[in-house]
Design a protein around this ligand. Sequence first.
Ligand code: B4P
Length: 194
Amino acid sequence: MINLILFGPPGSGKGTQATQLVEHYNLFHISTGDMFRSEIGNKTELGLLAKSYMDKGALVPDEVTINMLKKRVEENPNVKGFIFDGFPRTVDQAIALDKMLADKGTPITALLELVVPAEELIVRLMNRAKTSGRVDDGKPNIIKNRIQVYRETTAPVANYYAEQDKTYKIKGLGSVEEITEQLIFTLDSALTAG
Ligand code: B4P
């Protein structure tokens, strides 16, 4: 079983690359961002709560996010592995994920970190705003807040998995296909070595 974390700042291409890797490795894709947007679309209580944080570029509280994630994992007991896209975003989320996977006997295989400079992230998110309709994409001050939250609260998750020798950094610049190739090469090398 392969369990992957696709990691990186907002707009680094986690969602884009997850779609490619899911197909290549036949994994089950869980994107907490997509799950929140679906709840917002359905105007549920959880959606209203998530929206109040996402609109400001803040993280949705850990307890809410962890419970939602756990439920999705438990609903899919027979898959070949998971690709976690946008989760964990805090060290507490990482600890909860490790505990959950330890109970199943299937730990995280690797964290793949997409490294993209902040200037490029801003360009991508401003571009995406033209089609996404996402409130958190179009405004430079909200994007800057998301990048700041990433640096302060989310980046330590990569160090947490580095201590377990599971973090791999990949340059997230270039065509989508080139980056996918690099991700597959890096993961396959890690699987062979491990
Ligand atoms: P997410 O939905 O996870 O989204 P993201 O970080 O903004 O984008 P991603 O990195 O997936 O970028 P994409 O591939 O789309 O999070 C949204 C919000 O949800 C968070 O801010 C937070 O509030 C909340 N949330 C989610 N998970 C949470 C958690 N665990 N805890 C608490 N809160 C949570 O790519 C971006 C753009 O770049 C696209 O337009 C794409 O076409 C383009 N692009 C991709 N690859 C490219 C390339 N190689 N070259 C040029 N452009 C490229």
